[in-house]
Design a protein around this ligand. Structure first.
Ligand SMILES: [Zn+2]
Length: 325
């Protein structure tokens, strides 16, 4: 049976967007069809800002019953006209759910354009990353930031975990929480194979999550020397300078914040982060602060090299099992 056709007497699309705006105060970020793609591109958006993205989902039935559209259109008419509206992200007809969300920074207008190519380069020819215009912008921005940045003392303690079987290993030395020997260092999010870095977290629980919830020994430590930290966790507003927006774009994007769930040698998720590591070191940074991909409200700090932050600057205060035995 052919679908009933309705005449649009009130300009449905305009009234629809008027109600979206007044109700959700953000544009449509994605629909059911492009939800996975949106979060694959912007993994940090899922839990950021107290899970605002998740809270701003709405199904079309609830939207109809709570909006002023019901003053003009019957439910059947609404169901008919809503399918004529295209998702601004993917162009699919809206049907069941929308997510109204605005990234809390200005996305570099060229980012989406370069992201596809950047993704190909990092997977196929990672040594050529710097031929990509977006990667060049990141390199320039980090170098410029590095030239104006003053080192600071990190006042709060940091935490470092090592996986253990508590029944097998019972005695620990403070030095065992330091940089790992280079012959055992594999490729990490912010280090190349054979080049030790020290991965620290803001709290013990984050350490535990980063180690995929296995039994571990966690040390509390302080850094006594001032550090020059490239901070990728800072929330920049939508009216910040171009460079700041660039760092937020990076932090929220899959290039920096995607989980590396694959095991083995192939780790494309770490290519861009290791590129940022190289830029940071060249710009004189000692460390990078970044969002944990396994815990929403916490952060990690990686000390990039034992040349810039030597052992003598790291005081291991105490350590204990986690979860507590
Ligand atoms: Zn969509």
């Amino acid at each position: 049976m052919p679908e009933v056709e309705y005449e649009d007497k009130y300009w449905f699309e305009e009234l629809f967007y008027r109600d979206v705006e007044s109700w959700m105060s953000a544009d449509i970020a994605c629909c059911d069809h492009c939800y996975d793609d949106f979060l694959a591109s912007w993994p940090l958006a899922y839990g950021a800002e107290d899970a605002k993205f998740q809270c701003n989902s709405i199904d079309m039935d609830s939207f109809y019953s709570g909006s002023r559209l019901q003053d003009c259109y019957t439910k059947d008419e609404f169901d008919y006209f809503i399918k004529k509206i295209e998702c601004p992200r993917c162009g699919s007809p809206l049907k069941y759910n929308i997510w109204c969300y605005e990234l809390p920074f200005m996305v570099d207008p060229e980012f989406e354009q370069h992201a596809v190519e950047l993704d190909r380069v990092r997977k196929e020819t990672p040594f050529l990353l710097l031929t990509n215009p977006f990667a060049q912008k990141v390199h320039t921005a980090i170098c410029e930031l590095g030239s104006t940045y003053t080192p600071e003392i990190v006042l709060a303690p940091l935490f470092r975990a090592r996986a253990i079987d508590p029944k097998v290993k019972t005695e620990w030395l403070a030095t065992e929480f330091s940089y790992p020997p280079k012959e055992y260092v594999g490729e990490g999010r912010y280090n190349h194979a054979g080049l030790p870095a020290l991965y620290l977290a803001s709290d013990a629980q984050t350490c535990f999550y980063e180690l995929r919830n296995v039994d571990c020994m966690i040390a509390k430590l302080t850094i006594t020397q001032p550090l020059k930290i490239l901070d990728l966790t800072r929330e920049y507003g939508r009216d910040e300078e171009e460079h700041e927006s660039l760092f937020s774009t990076l932090a929220y994007s899959a290039f920096m914040s995607a989980r590396q769930d694959e095991t083995g040698w192939h780790k494309p998720m770490y290519v861009f982060t290791r590129f940022v590591r190289d830029c940071a070191l060249q710009a004189g940074f000692d460390a990078i602060k970044y969002h944990s991909t396994r815990s929403n409200s916490s952060f990690n700090i990686v000390l990039l090299s034992d040349n810039s932050v030597p052992l003598e600057s790291i005081v291991i205060e105490e350590w204990s099992n986690y979860p507590t035995l």
